[in-house]
Design a protein around this ligand. Sequence first.
Ligand SMILES: Cc1cc2nc3c(=O)[nH]c(=O)nc-3n(C[C@H](O)[C@H](O)[C@H](O)COP(=O)(O)OP(=O)(O)OC[C@H]3O[C@@H](n4cnc5c(N)ncnc54)[C@H](O)[C@@H]3O)c2cc1C
Length: 404
Amino acid sequence: MARVAIIGGGPAGLMAAEQMTAVDGLKVAVFDAMPSFGRKFLMAGKGGMNITHSEPMPAFVGRYGTRQTVIAPLLEAFGPQQLREWIGGLGIATFVGSSGRVFPSEMKAAPLLRAWLHRLRGAGVQFHVHHRWLGWAADGALRFATPAGEKLLAFDAVILALGGGSWARLGSDGAWVPVLAERDIPLAPLQPANCGFDVAWSAHFSERFAGQPVKPVVASVAGRRQQGEFNITAGGIEGGLVYALSAPLRDALATEGRAVLHLDLAPGRTLARLAADLAHPRGRDSLANHLRRRAGIEGVKAGLVRELLPPETLTAAAQLAAAIKHLPLPVTAARPIDEAISTAGGVAFEALDERLMLRALPGVFCAGEMLDWEAPTGGYLLTACFATGRAAGLGACAWLAQKS
Ligand SMILES: Cc1cc2nc3c(=O)[nH]c(=O)nc-3n(C[C@H](O)[C@H](O)[C@H](O)COP(=O)(O)OP(=O)(O)OC[C@H]3O[C@@H](n4cnc5c(N)ncnc54)[C@H](O)[C@@H]3O)c2cc1C
């Protein structure tokens, strides 16, 4: 009987395990360093689990940016629709929210994970918690740190689904990077993705507006433009719209040493209309009243205008209108990787064959967020984790069948 180890019990690893339950003659064991499985998956379910997206496939695939060509065939085989059907098979309905995002009923991850683990156990998959993978022993056995000391275990195939490098307290700490680097596996450095940024707010602005949402607003950077909302933090910005544009901001910081997010604080008005509105004589009105009454700019938006523009622009209607439509917000650094929703970088696709097997280590497959792709929030992260987990699981089955 062939033995398969799956290391990492997140969505990618569990989906890999699922592929093997249909194959006779395989003994499948899932190992995780943590005391339980799917901790990040459960965390993703806390604020409403957005598991995939209902937009048409070309747009969906486009979310994976430069990696879309390698991800597309995996999504064709197991994309949003198949994922929804699969969730349905666990007895959990899904629904499409107003933004096109797809959620499991009750928006929670826990019932789904519970049903899934139950089904996998029933199908004979063995689960081992408190098993931290350390690498390989000289004879090729896997090394695990366990509460009972180090264990050496030999397998015929291994699937690594170790996650990225954010929210280390949930298990995915990126400690696998040096282990694979030592084996000369091509890796792109792990970087924060879907992350917040630092901004050098004045003490006054930070105290007054930290925690407040800015909405509706259109933000743009490096030719990308998106409407949405974000939040002011004590030392910067975070939230959906910032996460969506975090890759170009992060990359600009890395290559140019600076990055500026441009905000349109009045997305409902054209520049000409806004300029005309602001050109009305102010009379004895304060600037705050004038902005509110004439342009609908108030609260945190008015705070941003004052914070980011020189005083002379505030009193020149045409310039003020132009600035409100294209307000430069310089960011100084990405927040640390551990705070990010996900990570970019990881095992390079060039290191893998089409079955997601490491070319340099036959019999070792990789899946999930540890691969070098990134995507915005909106269900794209989990969908690709499931799709790559499935591909690696099927790849390992095919490889074992070929070998025997
Ligand atoms: C707050 C938050 C909210 C999110 N919300 C969403 C969302 O709504 N929609 C969405 O699509 N995505 C969301 N994500 C992202 C999504 O949860 C991840 O992309 C996904 O969980 C990654 O799956 P994975 O299986 O690749 O890795 P993980 O889920 O990180 O699982 C990896 C597993 O490997 C284990 N492991 C790591 N190293 C070792 C080792 N050396 N030995 C043994 N075990 C090890 C870890 O303990 C972990 O259990 C969110 C993430 C966060 C942090």
